[in-house]
Design a protein around this ligand. Structure first.
Ligand SMILES: NC(=O)c1ccc[n+]([C@@H]2O[C@H](COP(=O)([O-])OP(=O)(O)OC[C@H]3O[C@@H](n4cnc5c(N)ncnc54)[C@H](O)[C@@H]3O)[C@@H](O)[C@H]2O)c1
Length: 236
């Protein structure tokens, strides 16, 4: 006949107690971490507080816009895929605004419909400032479809998610190329806007046409808009 070894039994109970203590400790630590506490704050509308989704907030314009918003006491969620931006800029913002519910960073690509929808379902946004884009003129002429894809179809993902979650305010950053070839540098607030704006506006207007036109027509659109850009630039 076999008898249970009381030493083995107490070892077993000791291990269970140890595991339970460690689990409890982990839960307490998780609850105290800033991410745990802020998640719920971002998911609820708060009286008198405007929550802005800043896409491309790790980039040049987006990070400055986020800084200004945070200084003005807005709640900010930055979404960026870090393809161009700089996580260092986000870290500076996180250091400056460490309070729970002020700023959160979400790593995501706007081309990922599922991820974008998840972001909108988990957060209560009041407005979107859309800076996620690719913005190099030279590169855009070498690889126009990459640009159309990121600027047009990815923006539609944002617009559709906004519509689905009843977010009605969008600030869309169009282009910095509104000065043509300025006669005097640096460009200031007084520098006159140049007529080449039309070509770039047409390029950006393609966003509203993207869903209904075929790729081949898209290439034609690119040629037409760069032709208009050239003409308006040479006329100056
Ligand atoms: N730089 C300027 O002087 C200026 C002036 C006026 C308007 N703009 C416009 O502002 C926008 C941003 O310009 P920028 O100079 O800040 O560029 P940037 O490259 O510094 O920033 C763009 C950010 O968007 C992110 N991004 C790009 N594609 C993404 C995607 N699919 N999903 C998630 N994140 C993505 C990049 O990682 C980057 O952090 C552009 O539309 C540009 O035309 C720029």
């Amino acid at each position: 006949m076999e008898y249970p070894d009381p030493k083995r039994k107490s070892n077993f109970v000791g291990k269970i107690l140890m595991a339970a203590t460690l689990t409890a400790l982990c839960i307490i630590m998780l609850k105290q971490s800033p991410n745990f506490n802020t998640r719920s704050r971002f998911s609820e509308h708060e009286e008198g507080l405007i929550h802005v989704l800043v896409t491309g907030g790790a980039g040049y314009i987006g990070s400055h816009a986020a800084l200004r918003l945070l200084k003005e006491s807005y709640r900010v969620t930055i979404v960026d895929n870090l393809s161009r931006g700089n996580m260092g800029a986000v870290k500076v913002l996180q250091k400056l605004f460490p309070e729970p519910g002020q700023l959160q960073f979400v790593y995501a690509d706007l081309g990922d419909l599922k991820a974008v929808n998840k972001i909108f379902s988990e957060n209560a946004f009041d407005a979107v400032m859309h800076f996620a884009a690719v913005a190099y003129v030279g590169e855009s002429t070498l690889d126009p479809l990459k640009y159309y894809h990121n600027i047009t179809s990815n923006t539609l993902v944002i617009l559709e998610s906004m519509a689905a979650h009843d977010v009605k305010t969008l600030i869309y950053s169009s282009t910095c190329a509104t000065y043509g070839e300025p006669e005097k540098m640096p460009i200031t607030e007084e520098t006159p806007q140049a007529s080449c704006k039309l070509g770039f506006m047409l390029n950006h207007f393609a966003i509203f046409l993207f869903q209904s036109i075929h790729m081949e027509k898209l290439r034609r659109w690119q040629r037409i808009s760069s032709w208009i850009t050239q003409r308006t630039q040479t006329r100056q």
